[in-house]
Design a protein around this ligand. Structure first.
Ligand SMILES: [Zn+2]
Length: 262
């Protein structure tokens, strides 16, 4: 299904200036008329630590290449992608039209507009995509430790319900993130997160305290009544197909993207 489009048609600058490699997007089914998936490192035009499909403008990559990469992923999605400035909070921004390079601070987005792409950037945090195809509502959430505790995922679901979605009709996809065997934290931090979201505290594969953010997200979705959940259960820290901030430090960002299309 993924269509690496060589020979740009979007009228965007950039993507034709560099060699563009095939995309590898993990597509997820969030219902009829909804296009959604999680990108990987594959398919873009960035080089070095950002190779190749870096989508972040804030990670010291060449801005034009990051812009071209967003255009490439937008073509896969079938809609230009709006991304916010993510601050590990719980604010939900409504997006009614494409907003390029927005500095709007929000860790979740909701939209009822067709062909308006929403994108959540990550490199270890948990990207969450949501859709109620029947009601015509889509949403994203960026859940790191802070967002999980602050409730960004239930807030995104609530914003959907305010726009006509029903919990039983919502489909969710939880994307690649650092797993509970790899995400080491200080003991006090593990205890705090475990207290806020029970079931998240654990131990790394090397025996130190850890947090399992994805597990917490899945619990919060269940609590919100969202039963149809797909987990693309790949660990960014272990799987080099993905950017991992914890593993690499200077690195790019991949994304979960969703749009009402067709
Ligand atoms: Zn792992």
């Amino acid at each position: 299904m993924s269509g690496p489009t060589s020979g740009t048609t979007g009228g965007t600058t950039g993507a034709t200036r560099w060699n563009e490699r095939p995309l590898d997007v993990a597509e997820v089914d969030l219902g009829p008329g909804v296009r959604a998936g999680f990108s990987s490192r594959a398919g873009g035009v960035s080089t070095g630590p950002w190779a190749a499909l870096n989508l972040g403008y804030h990670v010291d990559d060449d801005w034009d290449r990051a812009y071209a990469n967003r255009s490439i992923l937008g073509r896969w999605l079938g809609a230009p992608i709006t991304m916010t400035s993510q601050v590990h909070g719980s604010t939900v921004a409504e997006v009614t039209r494409y907003q390029p390079n927005t500095r709007r601070k929000a860790d979740a987005m909701v939209s009822t507009a067709r062909e308006v792409g929403l994108g959540v950037m990550v490199a270890d945090c948990v990207p969450v995509l949501l859709a109620d195809a029947e009601a015509g509502v889509v949403a994203t959430a960026h859940a790191g430790r802070g967002g999980l505790v602050a409730g960004v995922v239930p807030n995104a679901v609530a914003a959907m319900l305010e726009r006509g979605a029903r919990p039983g009709a919502i489909r969710a996809a939880v994307g690649p993130s650092i797993c509970g065997r790899c995400y080491e934290v200080p003991p006090g931090m593990r205890d705090d997160v475990e207290a806020a979201v029970p079931g998240t505290g654990g131990t790394t594969s090397w025996g130190t305290p850890s947090v399992d953010i994805a597990r917490g997200v899945l619990a919060q979705l269940a609590e919100a009544g969202v039963e149809h959940v797909e987990h693309v259960d790949r660990c960014t820290y272990e799987d080099e197909r993905y950017f991992s901030y914890r593993r690499d430090g200077v690195t790019g960002r991949f994304a979960g993207v969703v749009a009402l299309v067709g």
